[in-house]
Design a binder for this molecule. Structure first.
Ligand SMILES: Cc1ncc(COP(=O)(O)O)c(C=O)c1O
Length: 450
C-alpha cells in the first residue's frame, strides 16, 4: 500500500467509524489526515495547515506539542503508566486532587476521578441520587435539566440532555427528567430582548422546583454557556438565581464544567462569573489540556460524609472505571495547571478577549448572521435565513457544511453546530493568529454564497 493521502483515507474509511459523522458524507468530504501539530496549528500530510479553532473538540488549552506538558508525560511514562485506583494510589493523583480543590469553589473538597466528560457527569448523577437514599430521603430521585443542555452520550448523560438531534432516537432508552426552558437570549422563551430582560426565563426552572422538589435530587446545568446546544451564552444572573433556587428547594446543583472549565470563559471555572458554589462540579476536556482522557467530579464534604459508613450498610459508592485516575493523565493535568501559572494564561487572554469580541461583533452586519455571542475565548454566530423574523436555515440546506468547506480553504475549522458557527480558541493563541482567524471567518461566511 502506498503512502499517498488517498491510500490512507481509503484505509481509514475501510474500518473506522467516526463519531458524529454520517459516514456516507465521507465520500465527498473525506477526513483530513493530520500528521503533526504545533501550537494552534494542525498539519496534514500534504503540508497544509489548519488553525485548531475549535481546540480539537474544546479540549486543547495551551496548544499542541507543548514542551512542558510533553516532558511531564514522558517522565511519568518512565515511572508508572497505570495502576488500579482501588486499594492503590500514586503521588500524581494526590497532588492533582490537592491542586483541583485549591482552585475550585471553596465548598468542594472531594474529588472522584473517572476518564471522560460523560463519566464525570454519570458520577455526579449517581452520587446525588445515592446521597438522598443514604440520608433517608428516598423520594428524591429525579433530575432537572435544560432543553438545550448537553452532558455527554452515555445513557445517563443523555437522560439529562436536551439537544434533540442527538438524543431523540434514543428516547425510549433514557430515564425521564424534568426539562426547564433554556436561558436562550436570542430566542427568549419569555419573548424578551436583552435590553428589557429581568431574567424572567428563570420561571420555568422555579415552577418545576416548586412543584416537584420533594422528588428531585438535582438540577444539572452547564454554567454560563450551553455549548453543544448551540453555544448559548446566558447571563451570570441566571446562574446565580438557579443556584439560589436549588438551595431554597433543597436540591443539589450539578455544574457541568466539562466544556467551560480551565479558562475557556475567561475565568478558571465558569461558576466564578456568578460566584456560585455547586454541590457537584464535573470536569474533563481541558483538565489535561486536551492531552489525555480524564474526568473528575468534585463534591462537598457533606456529600462525602453521607457515604462514609461501615461496610455493608449499603452506603458505599459502587462506581468506578478501569482508567480512573490514570497516572499519565494526572501528570498532564498537573503540568497544564503549572503552565497556567508560568505563562500567566488567564491574564494573557484578558488582553485578547476585547479584540476577539470586537472582531466577532462585526460579523453581525452580514446578512446571514442573526446573533453574535461571546464569552472568554469562545465566540459564536447564529445563522438565520431572515434577520427580521430570525427564521433559521433548514437542516437540509446544510449551510453549516458550506461554511465549514469555506473555512478549510482558508486554514480554519468552522465545524458547525446546526446553524451556529463558533470559535473555541486555544488559550495560547497569539494576537496575529486571532486576527487572521477572525478575518478568515468573515470571508468564509461571506463566501458561503448566500
Ligand atoms: C458540557 C459537556 N458535558 C459533557 C460532555 C461529554 O464529554 P465527553 O465527550 O468527554 O464524554 C461534553 C462534551 O462535549 C460537554 O460539552
Amino acid at each position: 500500500m502506498g503512502n499517498s493521502m488517498v491510500d490512507w483515507i481509503k484505509r481509514d474509511l475501510k474500518h473506522n467509524w467516526h463519531p458524529y459523522t454520517q459516514m456516507k458524507d465521507c465520500g465527498e468530504f473525506p477526513p483530513i489526515l493530520i500528521e503533526k501539530a504545533r501550537g494552534v496549528k494542525l498539519f496534514d500530510n500534504k503540508g497544509n495547515f489548519y488553525y485548531d479553532t475549535i481546540s480539537s473538540w474544546w479540549c486543547n488549552v495551551h496548544g499542541h506539542n507543548h514542551p512542558r506538558i510533553k516532558k511531564a508525560i514522558k517522565i511519568q511514562l518512565d515511572r508508572l503508566e497505570h495502576v488500579l485506583f482501588a486499594g492503590f494510589t500514586h503521588k500524581g493523583v494526590i497532588l492533582l486532587a490537592e491542586k483541583l480543590v485549591s482552585i475550585a469553589p471553596k465548598n468542594l473538597t472531594r474529588v472522584f476521578f473517572s476518564d471522560n466528560g460523560s463519566t464525570a457527569v454519570e458520577t455526579a448523577l449517581k452520587m446525588s441520587f445515592q446521597y438522598w437514599k443514604n440520608i433517608g430521603k428516598k423520594k428524591k430521585t429525579k433530575f432537572v435539566s435544560f432543553e438545550d443542555g448537553y452532558h455527554g452520550d452515555t445513557v445517563g448523560a443523555m437522560s439529562v440532555g436536551g439537544v434533540d438531534p442527538f438524543n431523540k432516537i434514543f428516547s425510549p432508552l433514557v430515564f425521564s427528567s424534568f426539562k426547564a426552558a433554556s436561558p436562550y437570549c436570542y430566542r427568549c422563551p419569555e419573548g424578551k430582548e436583552k435590553t428589557t430582560c429581568n431574567i424572567e426565563c428563570i420561571k420555568s426552572l422555579e415552577a418545576i422546583l416548586k412543584a416537584g422538589h420533594r422528588g428531585i435530587a438535582a438540577v444539572i446545568l452547564e454554567p454560563m454557556i450551553m455549548a453543544a446546544g448551540g453555544m448559548i451564552i446566558y447571563p451570570a444572573e441566571y446562574l446565580k438565581k438557579a443556584a439560589a433556587l436549588a438551595k431554597k428547594y433543597n436540591v443539589h446543583l450539578i455544574l457541568d464544567e466539562v466544556a467551560t472549565g480551565f479558562g475557556r470563559t475567561g475565568k478558571m471555572f465558569a461558576s466564578e462569573h456568578a460566584r456560585v458554589e455547586p454541590d457537584f462540579m464535573c470536569l474533563s476536556k481541558g483538565l489535561t489540556a486536551g492531552y489525555l482522557p480524564m474526568g473528575a467530579t468534585l463534591t462537598t464534604e457533606k456529600v462525602y460524609q453521607a457515604f462514609y459508613a461501615d461496610y455493608g450498610k449499603g452506603k458505599t459508592f459502587f462506581h468506578g472505571h478501569t482508567f480512573t485516575a490514570n497516572p499519565i493523565a494526572a501528570s498532564a493535568a498537573l503540568a497544564s495547571l503549572a503552565v497556567f501559572k508560568e505563562e500567566n494564561t488567564l491574564r494573557k487572554i484578558k488582553t485578547l478577549m476585547p479584540i476577539f469580541h470586537k472582531g466577532l461583533a462585526k460579523l453581525k452586519n452580514l446578512s446571514i448572521v442573526g446573533d453574535v455571542r461571546c464569552i472568554g475565548m469562545i465566540g459564536a454566530v447564529e445563522l438565520v435565513k431572515n434577520k427580521q423574523t430570525r427564521k433559521p436555515f433548514g437542516l437540509n440546506e446544510r449551510i453549516g457544511l458550506k461554511i465549514y468547506k469555506e473555512g478549510l480553504k482558508r486554514n480554519i475549522i468552522l465545524r458547525p453546530l446546526g446553524n451556529v458557527i463558533y470559535l473555541y480558541l486555544p488559550l495560547c493563541i497569539k494576537e496575529y493568529e486571532l486576527k487572521f482567524i477572525l478575518a478568515q471567518t468573515s470571508c468564509s461566511l461571506q463566501s458561503a454564497g448566500i
